[in-house]
Design a protein around this ligand. Structure first.
Ligand code: SF4
Ligand code: SF4
Length: 166
């Protein structure tokens, strides 16, 4: 998960449950040095190395989009879909809303959720069926969405919740 391109962000190694490291959601993985990085990155588990966080995939990405600042970790799970894990302790900022809108405008499906909401929010680009996007999420990242696997989804065209997700 954590690479040089993370610029000192270490939020995914706390916010997301990491079963292969026996690390529950909300606690730092034992190999994480908060705000610095992963102590074992060179030989970290394959699952960590496969994580496709949008921020660290983009060289010289705007620092305001760093997941710990933005409040959402965008993870590109397929060529067409981003999962956004929302920090349950922060409101979705205007910057984060703009980022979702941009992804959708560029043709990506976006699914937002956190462990406090029972209905994941699905944003689908024009011409794409939101249910297909959700099914893709279930197929690819089953371990992340276990708790809300059977939940109904809420389909959004745009934000209208004044920054609230729950
Ligand atoms: S959320 Fe992204 S930028 Fe932050 S530590 Fe994880 S991989 Fe790096
Ligand atoms: S092993 Fe490293 S990259 Fe993987 S969860 Fe732990 S701190 Fe993060």
């Amino acid at each position: 998960m954590i690479k040089m391109e993370c610029d000192g962000c270490t939020v995914c190694c706390k916010l997301i449950e990491i079963p292969w490291m026996d690390s529950p959601r909300g606690e730092y993985c034992k190999e994480c040095e908060p705000n610095v990085g992963c102590r074992i990155y060179d030989h970290a588990p394959e699952e960590c190395l496969k994580f496709r966080c949008a921020y660290n995939q983009v060289p010289k990405c705007n620092i305001n989009l760093r997941p710990d600042k933005l409040g959402i970790i965008f993870d590109k799970i397929t060529d067409d879909v981003f999962i956004g894990t929302v920090n349950p302790d922060v409101l979705i900022s205007e910057e984060a809303q703009k980022q979702v809108a941009l992804f959708v405008k560029e043709g990506f499906g976006v699914v937002l959720f956190n462990d406090k909401i029972s209905k994941p929010m699905v944003f689908s680009p024009k011409g794409k069926n939101p249910r297909e996007i959700w099914n893709e999420v279930l197929r690819i990242r089953e371990f992340v969405v276990t708790e809300i696997q059977n939940a109904n989804i809420v389909i959004h065209k745009k934000f209208h919740l004044n920054g609230q997700v729950a």
